[in-house]
Design a protein around this ligand. Structure first.
Ligand SMILES: [Zn+2]
Length: 322
């Protein structure tokens, strides 16, 4: 099947009590690792591209890689989504350039301005058969050029969501309930430590999610910054020359719970970066004389596939739902 929008995916996910995984792509091995996992697990899939990815890999290369994945995976629906579109022009360029979904992130702007920018993107997108994700509230953390300090982050205010969705016409809404971008989601001061000395972050604000869902029945909610920072890969990095002390993510059981509620899309990026980097570091440590990129990118791609398979089955619950 050709690239699809997320409309049908989200409807089924909402009714079925699961979420669709949205994974960021930057090169061929990442696209292959993700899509091989989704094809094997027969899972619907969102491949997303950030402004930084377009600057790194070039829009055309990324679109063509995703089109190749669509040909290789004819039995699963795949959407191509712009992650954190910063302005109308970037969204328009992706809508004109083959994307089936875009995010306009005007969440750092005042409420009325966020509505006006989002509305403009929605009108253009819907005229072209493309769907729009918007955001209310802002997440802490660093993702490409999106950098929000913990002091500037804010939870979504449930009392704003109905007016926002009604006035913008957006198709899904990203909310801030305590997830965060990057591999250092929380400072040690925000966390407690478990018996192994690993940081345990504060729990997600399910009360906000439930109030948002009550006000927007049937409406798909999106969670950004939802990597769990698997300690096996942090350890692999640290044991092979890396230095990532106190990297910490969102516990998977909390994401699993969110997926059974109104959350229909969960964004996972850092975990794939960690899997790739850990694999390559380990390979280099074990084979200091090797220099063929295919040799070290093969285990990197395999570990991306393995972690995505785990997410589809155990966290998102979307395996078998394509
Ligand atoms: Zn994000």
């Amino acid at each position: 099947m050709p690239l699809t929008t997320t409309t049908e995916m989200f409807k089924k996910a909402y009714d079925g009590g699961y979420a669709v995984g949205a994974f960021n792509v930057n090169n061929m091995e990442i696209v292959q690792g993700i899509t091989e996992a989704a094809r094997e697990q027969h899972a619907p899939l969102i491949l997303q591209v950030s402004k930084g990815a377009r600057a790194y890999a070039n829009h055309t290369y990324l679109v063509k890689l995703v089109e190749a994945a669509v040909i290789e995976c004819p039995d699963i629906p795949i959407a191509l989504h712009l992650d954190h579109g910063p302005d109308f022009e970037t969204c328009k360029s992706c809508i004109d350039g083959g994307f089936t979904s875009v995010m306009i992130d005007a969440s750092s702007k005042p409420f009325a301005e966020n509505i006006a920018i989002t509305r403009k993107v929605v009108e253009y997108a819907h005229d072209h058969g493309v769907v729009v994700e918007a955001e209310l509230g802002s997440l802490a953390g660093v993702e490409d050029e999106v950098n929000v300090s913990a002091e500037d982050s804010s939870y979504t205010r449930p009392e704003e969501v109905e007016e926002f969705v009604q006035k913008t016409g957006c198709d899904s809404l990203a909310i801030a309930i305590g997830t965060s971008h990057g591999a250092y989601k929380f400072t040690a001061a925000q966390c407690t430590r478990n018996e192994q000395g690993i940081l345990v972050p504060p729990p997600l604000r399910f009360d906000i999610l439930e109030e948002v869902s009550r006000r927007l029945p049937g409406f798909p909610i999106v969670l950004h910054g939802s990597s769990s920072v698997p300690q096996e890969f942090v350890k692999m990095i640290n044991e092979n020359g890396g230095k990532m002390p106190d990297a910490v993510g969102i516990p998977e059981e909390q994401l699993r719970k969110a997926a059974t509620l109104s959350v229909c899309k969960i964004n996972i990026d850092s975990d794939l970066r960690l899997a790739m980097t850990g694999s390559i570091r380990k390979y280099f440590a074990e084979h200091p004389d090797h220099f063929d990129p295919r040799q070290y990118l093969t285990p990197a791609r395999a570990n991306i596939k393995a972690i995505v398979t785990h997410k589809l089955i155990d966290v998102l619950g979307c395996a078998g739902k394509a």
